[in-house]
Ligand binder design. Structure first.
Ligand SMILES: [Zn+2]
Length: 164
């Protein structure tokens, strides 16, 4: 299972998801019952704001722990531990632990954000292939055999009228 997760993390491409969604958002049945999850549900994309949010939370929790430790505030643990100093140390350790956890989350989102920017740069370098897209919306004139856009009422080459 950890191997599968690693492969998924390495190969998962959120931008491809978005492109797939843009091409199929008016296609009922593309996502229904296929196991594919649209990005509007899976919410991929740029993880930078999440990374920043986690680092801010980590800093706030750490600051709160330090504040409790160095201030005159009384830290109690429901009477389990009598020494106020021990309570303060436990509170600080807890805050440091939570802060570390939030930092690790932050770093994992930094990793995701880096992957996002790498893929975005790769996609921007890729030449856009319009031919395949265009052919979807073209038809062959039955009279002259030329390709032209599907929304012409008459063939632009030989004036063959589709409405007659
Ligand atoms: Zn024609």
């Amino acid at each position: 299972m950890p191997d599968n997760k690693k492969v998924f993390d390495d190969e998962y491409d959120s931008l491809k998801d978005v492109v797939e969604f843009q091409k199929n958002m008016y296609n009922p049945g593309h996502y229904i019952g296929t196991g594919r999850v649209p990005p509007t549900v899976s919410a991929p994309g740029n993880a930078t704001p999440l990374a920043i949010a986690y680092f801010i939370m980590a800093a706030l929790v750490l600051a709160f722990g330090l504040f409790l430790f160095f201030s005159d505030a009384q830290v109690t643990s429901g009477g389990l531990i009598k020494s106020p100093m021990a309570n303060k140390v436990i509170a600080l350790m807890t805050m440091v632990g939570i802060s570390l956890f939030l930092s690790i989350m932050g770093f994992s989102y930094v990793k995701k954000a880096k992957r996002y920017y790498r893929q975005k740069a790769a996609m921007d370098r890729e030449p856009v292939d319009q031919t395949r897209e265009d052919k979807l919306w073209q038809r062959t004139c039955p009279k002259c055999g030329q390709f032209h856009d599907i929304d012409y009422p008459k063939c632009p080459y030989c004036q063959f009228d589709y409405w007659k």
